[in-house]
Design a protein around this ligand. Structure first.
Ligand SMILES: [Cu+2]
Length: 128
């Protein structure tokens, strides 16, 4: 009896596990627009709070080339990212182009435009 029930119980547990995964799911991507110049707002929004595992998409909404990097302007300083997390350097993002990145590690990330260093953004990643 027990032996016969086992497979169906296993199937039920598997179904529950899959439903649980679907319930938590992948958080929806979050869009950050890049605007020309600090006066125009720079990163919009400049500060975001997202759950771990979120894909952040930067979209160049301006007419100049931009980029996003965690490398500090002052090369002597350390990037501000959570311990154990990697920073990034997008390379050039031309007008109309996007750059995406999935952030899995919780903590604070500070980044800037790699071309216009005065434009800064902050991402707060929270444990899911
Ligand atoms: Cu820029």
């Amino acid at each position: 009896m027990t032996a016969r029930l086992a497979p169906s119980i296993a199937a039920l547990l598997l179904t529950a596990a899959l439903a649980g995964c679907a319930g938590v799911g992948t958080p929806p991507p979050v869009l950050v627009e890049i605007h020309d110049g600090e006066a125009a707002g720079g990163f919009e929004p400049s500060t975001i709070t997202v759950p771990a595992g979120t894909e952040v998409r930067w979209s160049n909404a301006g007419s100049r080339r931009h980029g996003v990097t965690t490398e500090p302007l002052d090369a002597a300083q350390e990037p501000i990212v959570p311990a154990g997390a990697e920073g990034w350097e997008s390379g050039v993002i031309s007008p109309g182009e996007t750059f995406s990145l999935r952030l899995d590690m919780a903590g604070t990330y500070v980044y800037r435009c790699s071309i216009h260093g005065e434009i800064v953004g902050v991402i707060q990643v929270e444990e899911q």
